[in-house]
Ligand binder design. Structure first.
Ligand code: PLP
Length: 372
């Protein structure tokens, strides 16, 4: 038993954390400009890279902020002023990248597919070819957390690579949750945050960068002051510090979370998530629930569940019933469909899934909700 009561979180991050990660927050006060803290940051920086490659040709650049901070830092820093970005949009987080590019006046082509729709690769290829010589960067979301759809990372990267286009991948909710190899896939920039599959505390966004590509961005005049990828990298290289105040305790927690990630092992973490998802899927199916996406497009990290069409049901009612019993469920995002979302990312065990299913069964019986 930990010092605080355990909760089961099905929101897609900030996720359920282990007691040891929570305890890692409690450290002596330290000035973040001390060398001792610089060493903590260096270790975190290097291990973040190790999670996605053994190659020395990559580094990670870390920012104080949420995941969106790192997406914004990356897009605003890497696209040259005479370059052009294409964004694959098939969900809210793809849309967000287009919105970020717009704010900065970065020329952006949005390759629109319906939300939750698997991308038509031939169509995307045609769009890229129409713009070749013009599009310098392709950005996409690996796991669209808005619906649970998994985009074909390797195919998309191959498509970009064969055209000399660099890739920017929002891997916020897949990094450390499923195997990714940035070098093999030829990814230049891969973005994630401290509070999703890596199972740390919120407060840090980071980008795994190809050093060669990052070095080239030195030539791109900064579009903002505190979110420039190259400057943040350069400053850390020169001083062993972040430019601006880091969330000190979150760094200690992330160091612990990384330790636990490597202890569990990438394969076992992947299997734990996948097995928990499978248990969830089967259990809900048995209860009569249906799902937004076909199985073959599911990430197996998040499930969008179609809401019961029954007068006794409301999302708020279900949410509150579960919340009072230590379980948090999350509203959905799907055009034209009422869904709620359940994410298995975090320090969840099979017994947590079983607990949830039995409390949900209890709720349905209590409200006399019949699913067909
Ligand atoms: C969580 C998430 C983000 C970032 O969200 P923040 O609230 O800024 O941390 C971005 N993209 C995807 C795919 C996500 O899942």
């Amino acid at each position: 038993m930990g010092v605080v009561s355990r909760k089961i979180l099905f929101n897609p991050g900030p996720a359920t954390t282990t007691d040891s990660v929570k305890q890692a927050l409690v450290v002596s006060d330290i000035c973040p400009r001390e060398k001792e803290f610089g060493e903590v940051m260096r270790e975190v920086r290097d291990r973040l890279v190790e999670a996605v490659t053994d190659s020395d040709d990559y580094t990670s650049v870390i920012f104080t902020g949420s995941g969106t901070t790192a997406v914004e830092a990356t897009l605003s820093s890497v696209v040259p002023h005479d370059g052009r970005l294409m964004v694959l949009v098939n969900g809210d987080y793809g849309e967000r990248m287009v919105n970020i590019a717009d704010v900065y006046g970065i020329p952006v082509v949005s390759a629109e597919f319906g939300s939750g729709e698997y991308p038509d690769l031939a169509r995307l290829e045609r769009m890229l070819d129409e713009g070749t010589g013009d599009v310098t960067h392709l950005a996409f979301v690996h796991h669209e957390t808005s619906t649970g759809l998994l985009n074909p990372l390797v195919d998309l990267c191959t498509m970009a690579r064969s055209r000399g286009i660099e890739t920017v991948v929002d891997a916020m909710s897949s990094y450390a949750g499923m195997p990714i190899d940035v070098e093999e896939s030829g990814i230049q920039y891969l973005i994630a945050s401290s509070n999703k599959c890596i199972q740390g505390m919120p407060g840090l966004g980071f980008t795994i960068c190809s050093l060669e590509s990052l070095e080239k961005t030195r030539e791109v005049a900064p579009r903002n002051f505190s979110l420039n990828l190259y400057r943040q990298h350069r400053y850390f290289e020169d001083h062993g510090q972040m430019q601006f105040t880091p969330p000190v305790q979150t760094f200690y927690a992330l160091r612990q979370a990384l330790e636990e990630y490597f202890q569990e092992g990438p394969e076992r973490r992947f299997r734990r998530y996948r097995d928990n998802w499978q248990t969830l899927y089967r259990g809900l199916e048995e209860l009569g629930f249906r799902f937004l996406l076909p199985t073959e497009h599911q990430s197996r990290i998040l499930l969008s569940v179609v809401e019961p069409d029954h007068e006794g049901y409301s999302f708020a009612g279900m949410h509150d019933y579960l919340y009072e019993r230590g379980i948090t469920v999350y509203p959905g995002k799907a055009p034209g469909q009422r869904v709620f979302r359940l994410s298995v990312l975090g320090a969840l065990l099979e017994e947590d899934i079983e607990t949830f299913l039995s409390v949900l069964r209890e709720y349905l019986a209590d409200r006399r909700i019949v699913l067909q």
